[in-house]
Write a protein of this length. Sequence first.
Length: 207
Amino acid sequence: MRNLRAEHLGSGREAAHWPKPTLPEYAFIGRSNVGKSSLINMLCGVDKLARVSNTPGRTRLVEHFQVAGTLTTDGPWLLADLPGYGFARVARTEREAWQRMVRTYLRERPNLQCVFLLVDVRLDPQRSDLDMIQWLGEEAIPFAIVFTKSDKLSPPKVQASVAVFRRLLKRTWNELPTMFITSADTREGRGTLLEFIDQVNADFRAT
Ligand SMILES: Nc1nc2c(ncn2[C@@H]2O[C@H](COP(=O)(O)OP(=O)(O)O)[C@@H](O)[C@H]2O)c(=O)[nH]1
Ligand SMILES: [Mg+2]
């Protein structure tokens, strides 16, 4: 399968350290261990692209990558790897610092097109994910839910798990977000996710 050229642009805590917001940008966020680095690497078809974001001490920063295009088009786009949440044992001050930075980024990044919120398909809906969804909705920040590790369950169990999530969200939302089912191991969902990015990139360039 076609690999995408991708390069690490830098990391930073605040807007002054982020790349100029001229290209369409997609942010990846989720609880630690959800499979964020694996998904980013799988999408780009590059081993160890997102490894840099695992470096201790840099995990509290937004990591930016520029990707050369998708499977079918060459228009460049930006990928932002956000620090994970859901550590049980993180001190409150650190959690608040995380929240401040991530919220500032999500609210104020002008070229942000969509937040991909990653959810482990094996788990029941987690409070921290639901809180994030709630907040994104209230802030009117466009997002999609990306279920990860689909290879770990049988297809019917994957569908059942997604259905639980949909039912829960339907209690609060009239319109459900777009959902993707992915696996870094089998590469399920790669084409679909890249097509989605393609479409949004095209809309961005048309305006
Ligand atoms: N079977 C399987 N394991 C995965 C998948 N994605 C991630 N993992 C494993 O889950 C663990 C955490 O993945 P990682 O990408 O580092 O998660 P992150 O903390 O969200 O960046 C690692 O052991 C990965 O090998 C997947 O799609 N399928
Ligand atoms: Mg990671």
